[in-house]
Design a protein around this ligand. Sequence first.
Ligand code: NAD
Length: 483
Amino acid sequence: MAEMFIGGEWRRARSGATYPVVNPATEEVVDHAPLGGIEDVEEAVRVAKEAFPSWSKKDFEERGEFLRRGVEILKAHREEIVETLTREQGKPLHEAQGEFDHLLHGLTYYADLATKIRGSYQPLPSRFGPSYGLIIKRPIGVAAAIVPWNFPLTLMGTKIGPALVAGNTVVVKPASTTPLAAIKVVGYLNEAGLPPGVLNIVTGPGRTVGEALVSHPDVRRVAFTGETATGRRILELSVPHFKRVTLELGGSDPVIICPDADLDKAVRGVLIGRFWNAGQACLAAKRVYVFEEVYDTFLEKLLAGVARYEPGEGWVKAERPRIRIGPLHTAKQREEVQAQLQDALAKGGKLLYGGKVPEGRERGFFFLPTVVAEPAHDSRVVREETFGPLLPIWKVKDIDEAIRMANDSIYGLGSSIWTYNVKWIHKAAQEIEAGMTWVNQIHYGYDELPFGGVKQSGYGKEHGIEALDYYFETKSVVVGDLE
Ligand code: NAD
């Protein structure tokens, strides 16, 4: 049975309760995790608060070193962590390996940044005698890292990396369906010699453990990734304490395929963009708009690519040229995608591929990669986030229509355009309402660039040097009486 890591020790829930973690490919139990409760959150926050004063005073270089050592320990346990991730989340092994490597890259990026944090100097008018100003940065305190199930490791890493190097202490709350790999990562990072209480993990439901963490008066910083509706609740809970909150929320990323695009590259971009992680990515390519001149050719190439996907257990390799696609994460997730597809078909959409559970896959939460053409633009696949392997596609006349339709969403996370026309690139960069636009590039969250949505997709940024700003409070200091 997995345990929580609190205050430098492995612990069960105070209540002794546990719950099963289910393998989405087989519906079998992978392991049991502690069903944490409010008292476990209290304990984790208490130890994190106690650890804060000395951790925040540690040398920056030393804090970066802890992280670097942690990365080395993680590398030695790659296989075990990757395998666990595949079993609890459903993603194929090669995708789990990709996620693990991305986690290490992100943690190393922040370890490197530890010694590059700067404040600033400001000369001041000598109204009350000569003086100057300093803008200094102070770590905030206990940070909560609330993580979803679709990328349980990278989305935890983007929070604990900047939090720890900035000098904060952390309590992680993984999604209740994916606690196992996250627990291992937190345990191994602690083996690097982190002082007890600096990095903790508490498992259990969002409604109890998550809310207790967000509402706790000693948690001063909340970093959340998940659904927009949950983000709204988290903000509500944080308001009475004016906490530092960042929210990375849902998306409905549009992709625009122009007539001059390299169609083979664009198809590859859309396939990976939509079907990676069985379509369960915030920045997945969720709506595709193709110029009419190349619509038929694009579709032909796309459907040939879609046909290569073979749903199956993540730990069984697909025979080339087949590509493995895992199950959806839960039965509920699959029902939601099916309902969105039915709505699209009822609103004029034409089913071009998939649309059903693959034959012989009655166990597990599998669903065929699905393509639907031209559903009405007020259908659920446009109004809502489609979090599964369902790709709607539309024909457009020109760039203005493409951008108008791209912007017809409450979301604004990512977006992409496939073209070499500099005017269209400029227009997309300036006019698409999103936190990110990729040009001739697969949708991917680089650690080096600030990432976060606009509209209902986000509040604040993660990744990049900019992420550190959310883990510090700045203070202005005036130094006077200089003569
Ligand atoms: P979710 O909102 O259901 O859960 C996310 C986390 O919040 C989990 O740990 C959950 O236990 C916890 N939680 C749930 N209710 C809570 C509450 N009331 N108080 C505190 N914590 C609570 O999201 P999910 O289904 O796990 O993840 C999928 C969603 O995440 C999608 O909408 C996806 O687009 C989004 N996402 C966004 C990004 C991004 O960077 N913008 C990245 C990945 C996923």
